[in-house]
Ligand binder design. Structure first.
Ligand code: NI
Ligand code: MN
Length: 226
């Protein structure tokens, strides 16, 4: 699996030459000014909730690539009115099989509205399972005890966890989350993009290291093979 970081919570995950693109907030993110969102590949876009720092370039990238948007029913309806032709409405606990991977929509404790104020249903996270490995993408969430279910019933090789604090879990809670999900390889997201969510990289990595775990804080634009 090849993972590319596009800033904030935007990641591309390549599995068997197919590209999953998560929460593609790119062109309006000053921290991701070096990323050209018109070049970002996508076969599927996975969107956790309606907030602008996640919805981002979803409509444009779906139009350009033809990638269906996998998100909840409420957001797919809204996207349909914005001209997005293909989308896959899901809801909590549901799974879909894309052939090269399986995707399950799971709980996130957060809020969700769309930029024009439309209701966006409930925010979510995703569990992705494929031959190469399995991972959890938390979306925006506080720490919650249902994460234990993910650790109990999925064998997670790594996880994307939000950790910027203020709007989501902070680093310390993300470490507890990694225990709940029974996973020792974490890729951080939703940090540093704005003043309120700046984190201390060295201290955060040390917290994980002292717990016998690995925290990756990827450079925007960099890739990682897992
Ligand atoms: Ni949010
Ligand atoms: Mn957010």
């Amino acid at each position: 699996m090849n993972i590319t970081y596009y800033g904030h919570s935007a990641f591309g995950v390549e599995i068997k030459q197919k590209h999953l693109l998560f929460d593609p907030f790119i062109s309006e993110n000053p921290a991701a000014a070096d990323i050209d969102s018109s070049q970002v590949p996508a076969d599927y876009i996975l969107l956790t909730h309606g907030h602008g720092d996640h919805l981002g370039d979803t409509v444009k990238i779906s139009e350009r690539t033809g990638a269906p948007v996998i998100t909840n029913f409420e957001i797919t309806t809204w996207l349909g009115n914005k001209g997005v032709e293909k989308s896959v409405p899901m809801n909590f606990g549901g799974s879909i099989d894309l052939g090269f991977c399986k995707i399950k929509m799971v709980l996130a404790t957060h809020s969700s509205t769309l930029p024009d104020g439309s209701p966006a249903g409930n925010p979510c996270g995703f569990v992705v399972e494929c031959e190469e490995g399995s991972f959890y993408y938390s979306g925006d969430t506080g720490l919650h005890y249902d994460m234990k279910l993910l650790g109990e019933f999925h064998s997670l090789d790594f996880a994307f966890l939000c950790m910027g604090d203020h709007f989501t879990m902070g680093v310390a809670d993300s470490l507890i989350a990694s225990n709940f999900i029974n996973c020792s390889h974490v890729i951080g997201m939703h940090y540093d993009t704005m003043e309120q969510i700046k984190i201390d990289h060295e201290a955060s990595k040390k917290l994980y290291k002292d717990a016998g775990k690995t925290l990756e804080l990827m450079e925007i634009g960099s890739s990682l093979e897992i």
